[in-house]
Design a protein around this ligand. Sequence first.
Ligand SMILES: Cc1cc2nc3c(=O)[nH]c(=O)nc-3n(C[C@H](O)[C@H](O)[C@H](O)COP(=O)(O)OP(=O)(O)OC[C@H]3O[C@@H](n4cnc5c(N)ncnc54)[C@H](O)[C@@H]3O)c2cc1C
Length: 411
Amino acid sequence: MADVFDVIVVGGGIVGCAVVWEMTSHGYKCLLLEKNEDLVSEASSGNSGMLHTGFDAATDSLELQCIRHTFPRMFDVMKGFGLPYKQIGATMVAWTPEQAAEIPVIAEKSRIAGISSCVEVSLSELYSREPGLSKHAQGALWIPGETVVDPWLTAISLAHDARRKGAMIKTDTLVQSVCKTQSGNQLITSRGQFTGSVVINCGGLYGDVVDKLAGLQHFSIAPKKGQYAVYPQKMGHLINSSILPIPTSKGKGEIIFKTVYGNVIVGPTFEESDTRRRPVTDSGTIQRLVRLGETCVPGLRGCPIVNTYTGVRPATQTKDYHIHSIPERCWVTVGGIRSTGLSGSLGIADKVRHLVLDHHKLEPSGSKNTKLEKMNIKISPPSHALFDDVMYTVTHPITLAGTCQKLDSHL
Ligand SMILES: Cc1cc2nc3c(=O)[nH]c(=O)nc-3n(C[C@H](O)[C@H](O)[C@H](O)COP(=O)(O)OP(=O)(O)OC[C@H]3O[C@@H](n4cnc5c(N)ncnc54)[C@H](O)[C@@H]3O)c2cc1C
């Protein structure tokens, strides 16, 4: 007879990887199904790799709750796995007097959100921290906790740790339909049928499509594109922290940041997308990002970019996360994780585990193992990494530029 899993996670982006890790570590027998050949190849492979503090998240949001849970724990996880991260902080810079008037408002909002460490800094302090910035700044806010990580290594390490603790991970496996059984769901996929007591839909850009397979509709995805211009690592000395603009109603705005490997990146944009697939960059937008980078950080002038990339956010009509538990359908939906899925991942996973235990009344069939052991990772250029004896394809441009392809030439 085929295996029956406690939990089947649909989707191997950062959210699915965190959920399968959390559930497996707490003794649940888990299966993760991913439709693509590689894990982390949709929204989670086109982000900025920032672990946000939540200083600008809405105070009463599920997003802030999950970010606040994730933030301290992610450091334990990264130290335990031996992953790279840099807590370089962020500097929000106002370039006009109107923007400068926003700084105290944003500082107050962050205090209300419980992030008390954000402080307004004088222009002289700004330039002593960031001497490479253009001298036209009108005000600044220092946000000390903001951290850059390797977003691909982080997600894959969570999935791989789940795998070494007993989870089954199947890629190239599209969930095509769902049949409710007496005590769970049977998922019919492109590679066979699998039965689980509870299904967790972490389908990202297709979260609404996966919900529909179970006859559910909580939201619809309205994808939002982001484009980036990437500079070589030798430009990393030009900034010391992530340089944020004053945010708008659309989001955090276009950032000038340094990855954990030192590449300077300008982006992401926030644009409507008529496709859920990863679009190509357009040269007009990239030129605008280059001009923005050169205006704010004059030392970038004359330095050719070495790469461009795009990402697509699984946005919905509302800004907050959609986490819904439907015990009668043996189903949990985790969707619309638009802009902070990496920063909220462990909080989301913890919330899901509590829903499965308290709401679905499902106890783990195995025993708990929350030990964090160092990852044995060998990068295999140009685009692979070996974790123990399992080969994964590197899908994130930040990881590729930083570890596999030391890009230093003109495009
Ligand atoms: C431009 C940009 C910048 C960002 N910057 C940051 C940042 O700095 N920090 C941060 O915290 N967050 C950031 N984010 C947000 C973050 O990347 C997302 O919140 C996160 O990637 C969402 O992850 P996910 O697992 O929900 O979705 P995804 O990564 O899309 O994963 C969902 C997976 O489900 C699979 N799937 C779907 N349907 C099926 C099916 N039927 N069968 C099997 N598998 C299926 C898909 O193939 C996919 O792999 C950014 C996002 C973008 C686009």
